[in-house]
Design a protein around this ligand. Structure first.
Ligand code: HEC
Ligand code: HEC
Length: 209
């Protein structure tokens, strides 16, 4: 169980990370002042994958992440990551390659605005499992993240959460905060937290209107 694997070292990592992130907070949020209306036109092609319920990445097979209601500043960081090579996924890199910083801000504003009200109002709560306490410090007990630069996990596809955690563990996705946290989880913990966050009410598939 995660409870037993939350070591002092892990707590120190979280604490240190929260300190540096809160320092970077104000400069980071300034990134995401996008124009959602312009973003809607740019974001239309994205719905070809992200707008289809249960659409899968071919290999390895996992569902394409839900983006509706995700934090705008996090979306900006993620899309820039594919464009600039800190995240590797050939299709997403191709999608992002021709986007300017302004395009990215606008698309992010559009996608973030597609969530339902539960996201703004704090979402649902599933009968608490204490095991997610370490994660909840940033991602929220109800899976709605506490900072615009941290992703909301509530309602995300279970297999995408599993995939993301495996990528941090294997170093395929490099993030100084998440790599040590994911590495400290046992296989069982990974499954447990993925199920927990996926069951919460939050993110949505961004369907075209
Ligand atoms: C051909 C299908 C496809 C298209 C089109 C597509 N995406 Fe994606 N997108 C994916 C897949 C698959 C992933 C997961 C990639 C990974 O494993 O890192 C992803 C991941 C993402 C993520 C990361 C989400 C997270 O929670 O980490 C963002 C943000 C994103 N896409 C935005 C976009 C935007 C914006 C567009 C349009 C400009 C777009 N995508 C077009 C398939 C697609
Ligand atoms: C100190 C704050 C913090 C803590 C604690 C934390 N995370 Fe994260 N998490 C982040 C940040 C920041 C990112 C975005 C990293 C990136 O850009 O790849 C992230 C990303 C993720 C993602 C990828 C989401 C996506 O849409 O691609 C998952 C899954 C995740 N965290 C799960 C967890 C779990 C499970 C725990 C508990 C073991 C946890 N996190 C603890 C800050 C945190």
């Amino acid at each position: 169980m995660l409870k037993n694997t939350v070591t002092t070292k892990m707590k120190m990592t979280v604490f240190a990370a929260m300190l540096c992130i809160s320092g970077a907070f104000f400069t980071q949020t300034a990134l995401a002042e996008g124009d959602a209306e312009r973003g809607a036109a740019l974001g239309y092609t994205c719905l070809g994958c992200h707008g289809i319920e249960g659409y899968r990445n071919a290999y390895p097979s996992y569902r394409v992440p839900k983006l509706g209601g995700q934090k705008a500043a996090y979306l900006v960081i993620a899309i820039r990551g594919y464009r600039d090579g800190t995240r590797s996924h050939p299709t997403m890199a191709a999608q992002a390659s021709s986007m300017s910083d302004q395009d990215i801000d606008d698309v992010a504003a559009y996608l973030a605005s597609m969530g339902k009200d539960t996201v703004a109002s704090g979402g649902s709560k599933v009968a608490g499992i204490e095991e997610v306490a370490t994660c909840a410090a940033c991602h929220g007990q109800n899976g709605i993240s506490l900072s615009p630069t941290w992703p909301t996990l509530a309602g995300q596809h279970e297999d995408y959460i599993l995939h993301a955690l495996m990528q941090y563990r294997e170093g395929a996705r490099k993030d100084p905060v998440m790599m040590p946290l994911a590495a400290a989880l046992s296989e069982d913990d990974v499954k447990l937290v993925a199920r927990y966050f996926s069951q919460l009410d939050g993110l949505e598939t961004t369907k075209a209107e």
